[in-house]
Unconditional design. Sequence first.
Length: 152
Amino acid sequence: MTCRTRIGSGIYAELDGTPDAAREARTLVSALLGDGHPSAHDAALIVSELVSNAITHSRSGQPGGTVLVAIEAAAQPGEVRIEVRDAGGPRAPVLTAADPGSEHGRGLAIISALAAEWASETSQAGRATWCRLSTGRGGNVTAARVPDREAG
Ligand SMILES: Nc1ncnc2c1ncn2[C@@H]1O[C@H](COP(=O)(O)OP(=O)(O)OP(=O)(O)O)[C@@H](O)[C@H]1O
Ligand SMILES: [Mg+2]
């Protein structure tokens, strides 16, 4: 990890653009949210996919490349914002319908299913892909419904 800063309810890091970066990004989520946070699991999965994409599909994965990661916990329980900035390149994030036999093409579909919203923005500095997690969407909804089913 090149550098890491914690400010209030956010954690910000510049990671070396190597395969270790996805694991390091999950460590940041764990350090900020703790295991008991309602969005901790989803946030770890999402940051992992976004950092992997930055390294696999952008110039961040080239020698000397880095990835910027920002994770911010909002005051509302379960609300988390994740942003990953990469060094850009000829390709852009595209939500695809993965071929059932393919091992790839699922990362953004997972993010789209779990996040309340997500987007990608391109600038001269590269590309920022961000998402917002809320307990009102995705895997958290499923978890919240289990007691209802048991009661009914
Ligand atoms: N940060 C990025 N920069 C440039 N292109 C990207 C970026 N993230 C995703 N893409 C493009 O969007 C496509 C879909 O991304 P997605 O994460 O869904 O699948 P994948 O990375 O190909 O496979 P998987 O995540 O399942 O291993 C990628 O194949 C790539 O072309
Ligand atoms: Mg991917």
